[in-house]
Write a protein that binds this ligand. Sequence first.
Ligand code: F6P
Ligand code: MN
Length: 312
Amino acid sequence: MNKNMVKINLRAHLSNHGVEEKLRRIIAHVADSAKYISLIMREANRKLAGTQNSFGEDQLELDVLADDILKQRLEYETSFGIGEFASEEQDTIKLLSTNGERYSVTVDPLDGSSLVDVNLAVGTFIGIHEGKILSGKPGRETLAAAMYVVYGPLTTLVYTARNGTHEFVLDPTGNFVLSQENLTLKDSGSIYSPGGLRSEWLPKHAAFIDYLEAEGYKLRYSGGLVPDANQIISKGGGIFTYPALTSARAGKLRLLFEEQPLALIVEGAGGLATNGVNDILDLVPEALEQRSPFYMGSRIEVQMARRYLTKD
Ligand code: F6P
Ligand code: MN
C-alpha cells in the first residue's frame, strides 16, 4: 500500500457502505473474534481435544477454542442481540436471545483443521441470516452477509453484506485494513481445485474434470475450503469442485456452514456457485448437517460444469 494512502478499516468501510447498523456491529464483532482466533493459532497447539464434532470428526483443541471464542463472545455481547447461533462443531441450534432479534449466525470456526498439523492455511466461515437459521427459505432470501477469514502468513478477511466483496488484512496494530475493494472474478480463469477421491467420482463429473485438464487448467488443491476458495477468488477466476461421490451422493461440504456463505461471497465478486443443477443460494437448508455437491468459481467454468452435469 502506498505510504500516503489513507488506511480504511473494516468499521469505516461498513459505515461508508451504508451497511445497516446492527449488521455492521455483528460483522465488526465477529471480525474481532477472528482476530482472537488468529492469536491462538500462533500458539503451536496441534493437540486433539479427545472429542468429536456432530459430523463424527475428531476435534483439535483449536477447533474447540475457536468455537468457544465465537459463541461466548456473541453470547456475552450486550450492545446487539443475536437470535440463533449454530456451529459446525455443535449438533443443535442455540437460542442466544428470545427478544425476537433480527439476525442469526452460523459459524464453521476452524475450517480445514486437518491442515493445522502441517502448518498450511486454515480459516473461519461466518453466515449472518435474517430471522431463523432453518427458516424454510432459500439462502438467497435469508443471508444478509457472509465472511471468511484466512489464517495464513497473513490473516485476511473477505466479507460481503450484498455490497460487493471486499478483502481486509489484519495489520500489526490489530486492525483489519482494506486491501482490495470489489474483488472481481474474470469470466474464466486458469486453475482448478478438484475435491474427493477420483475413484469415487461419478462419470459426468469425471468428464468435466477431463475437459478442464485437456484445456490446460492448473491443479491447485490444499484440502482447506477457505484457502482453496480464497485462491480462486484472489486469483480472479477458476473453479473449485467437491462433487457427489459414489459413497456420499451429497458430497462432503456443508450447505449452511460452508457453501451458502461462500456462494454469497463469490456471487458478490461476479462468480457463481452451483450444486450442478441449481444455484447453491437457491437451495433451502432443511437441517444443520445438510450437504451438497459444490462447484464455485468464475462464470464460464461453473456454467460448463452445469452443462456436463445435466447432460443426458
Ligand atoms: O470442512 C471440510 C473440509 O475440511 C474442507 O475445508 C475441504 O475443502 C474438504 O473438507 C477437504 O476434503 P478432502 O480431505 O476430502 O479433500
Ligand atoms: Mn469446514
